[in-house]
Ligand binder design. Structure first.
Ligand code: ACO
Length: 378
């Protein structure tokens, strides 16, 4: 038998797994379950529809329950996150100018890298607190504005928007961001969470693990899609261009951002929660109607062009509209995704550290065998 490179493939004793590890169960977790056939997301026994009414801090308490050294309820987490945001702000120091040449998500990566795995802080709290503080500072610096210090009395979503805009925002926007953070808090063994668990399994430490998660998140096939969703809406421009624009993009073999998912074969339940959230924002009207028209046409064309693969709207499509409506620039959308997903990453790292073993799978060697010496499986 020859492989794709034309050389003889050594006989190996291990099963062949799909390149994308589709359907491979690589961890057991108490944290979340994605039912791709039913379009259902469950976090520790609660359906997303129910959690969408909770605060981000309450969801953190749910995810961290049993994994942190001391029991943390919603109120305690809110207070401790406030203090941790102040600590994160004090770390900004001279580092911020070093981020100027980087994309927003890379700037966040640089600032998070300054956190020492040995630091005597509750790492899970500091990791969650640092993302909004660093992201707001990065965005303001790009506009020539000084960072705004956190207000430890506020909830994380409210303070995130206050640090971004320099003033407290209205309750509707605050609620929309809180819902967004909850909606993306955890989602099974997605690429970034798997990455974080692999790093955690080596005992490298929580910050190193979640920074690895961020690096995986930044790709356009994972958390880098919502900015390009807005680029697509802008490029289409008006209703009459929806059909020709999408048809041409698909005929060039392009992927439509905000559609398709490895697990969901029906609509991503997070898309509807976010669609509902954006509909409540006062100034979202025309933009939502246009986006809905693009979504409907995209779904019809995807069904026609890819009949063998059910392709539905994913979380990123309405993420783009929510984050745009509450005032985040599109090149920072992945940072805001990381602010929510940090809940899941930290919980998975804590769970992995407590219950897991070193994650060390095998590869299937398809290179040439040395002459006269057959190759056994690794
Ligand atoms: N637009 C057009 N075609 C698509 C799309 C899309 N958005 N998604 C998948 N397809 C097609 C592929 O071209 C392929 O077609 P083919 O069999 O004719 O070659 C088929 O569907 C299967 O594609 P895979 O790459 O095997 O599917 P996979 O499960 O690996 O991909 C992914 C999932 C990466 C999310 C994909 O749907 C995609 O690229 N979507 C666009 C980017 C996006 O929205 N990313 C955010 C995902 S949500 C999240 O991670 C938070």
């Amino acid at each position: 038998m020859t492989n794709v490179h034309g050389s003889a493939t050594p006989a190996l004793a291990i099963d062949h797994t799909p390149a994308g590890l589709d359907n491979v169960v690589a961890a057991e977790t108490l944290l979340s379950h994605v039912d791709g056939l039913a379009g259902r997301l469950i976090l520790r026994g609660y359906d997303l529809d129910r959690l969408a009414h909770w605060s981000f801090e309450a969801v953190l308490a749910l995810l961290w329950d049993g994994f942190t050294p001391e029991a943390l309820d919603e109120t305690t987490i809110r207070a401790q996150l406030g203090a941790a945001r102040q600590h994160a702000f004090s770390l900004l120091g001279d580092l911020l100018p070093a981020t100027d040449a980087l994309a927003s998500v890379e700037a966040l990566r640089l600032l998070l890298s300054a956190l020492a795995d040995t630091e005597e802080q509750a790492h899970h709290l500091l990791a969650v607190a640092a993302v909004p503080v660093f992201t707001a500072a990065i965005i303001r610096r790009r506009k020539g504005e000084a960072p705004v210090a956190p207000d430890a009395r506020l909830g994380l979503a409210a303070d995130f928007l206050r640090m971004l805009h320099g003033v407290e925002v209205d309750a509707t926007k605050l609620r929309a961001l809180d819902t967004y953070l909850v909606t993306v808090a955890d989602h099974g063994l997605n690429a970034s969470t798997f990455t974080a668990r692999v790093i955690a399994s080596t005992k490298a430490g929580l910050f190193s693990s979640v920074i690895g998660g961020l690096c995986a998140l930044k790709g356009p096939l994972h958390g880098g899609a919502p900015g390009p969703v807005l680029d697509m809406l802008d490029a289409i421009g008006e209703e009459s261009r929806i059909h020709p624009w999408l048809t041409e993009a698909l005929s060039r073999g392009e992927r439509l951002m905000g559609f398709g998912h490895r697990i969901y074969r029906v609509r991503d339940p997070r898309a509807d929660v976010l669609k509902h959230a954006v509909a409540k924002l006062r100034d979202g009207g025309g933009r939502i109607r246009f986006a809905e028209a693009v979504e409907a046409e995209a779904l019809a064309l995807l069904a026609e062009k890819k009949p063998l693969r059910p392709l539905q709207t994913n979380v990123e499509f309405y993420t783009a509209l929510v984050l745009e409506a509450v005032g985040f620039p599109r090149d920072s959308f992945t940072n805001v995704f990381a602010a929510g997903r940090m809940a899941g990453w930290t919980a998975h790292v804590l769970e992995q550290e407590q219950t897991g073993r070193l994650i060390r799978p095998q590869s299937r060697y398809i290179g040439p065998a040395p002459e006269g010496a057959p190759v056994a499986a690794e």
